[in-house]
Design a protein around this ligand. Sequence first.
Ligand SMILES: [Zn+2]
Ligand SMILES: [Zn+2]
Length: 249
Amino acid sequence: MGKPFLSLFFSNNSAGVEILISSLLNMLFPEKCPNCDKPAGGFWIAPFCENCWKDIMPYKGPLCDRCGKPLSSEIAHICHECLKKEPFFVRARSFALYKGTMAEAINLFKYSGIRRLGRPLGRFFNYMALPQVDAIIPVPLHIRRLLHRGFNQSLILSKVIAKNSGRPVLINVLSRIRDTVPQVSLKAHERRKNVRGAFTATSAVKGKNLLLVDDVMTTGATTEECSRVLKKAGAKGVYVLTLARAYEL
Ligand SMILES: [Zn+2]
Ligand SMILES: [Zn+2]
């Protein structure tokens, strides 16, 4: 019974099968790179092509020692904001600037649900000096946004770091208790106000050095508020690591 059915499927209907497979593949791997229209690269980096993916380079210019903000000159070591008010975190660093392929990849990962991009993106953290920490904490999403998106991009990135560093990821330790307007639509002072009181942390962080992980850091309002809450819950030190830094020089 099985043999005739299979032979029918593969010989007579092979064109149909091919169309089915190729349309499935096209769904999984859109053919064109969104940057340059060339064919997409391998499974993990698709829809980007190999060349555009290689364009993602670490930021090596001058930056604030404390918050990692890119600076326009090598002379200053601490930015104006950090001098005015010391951050709650020890140090914040980002792999690259939020632009080009990096920005597009983060957006596709986050907003278009191309979850597999989390792994190659997370691997960029391997090129960074990781601080000595006891545990990794992803910046949490509010449950409503988590249900809508289906995953927390910061948790996926945290898991890649955990795999390479051997440090555990602590989930449900830092939570977002208030849903907030997306920070991207707000000005700097509005961002701070927007996230104020949005997070809570449990005493599980007491005495620990923590690595707080997020995808993008812009004004730092979210990471600063998370750090404040973690410190208040007894964390010894909070280090911040993000994939990209959005900036305006
Ligand atoms: Zn390309
Ligand atoms: Zn700074």
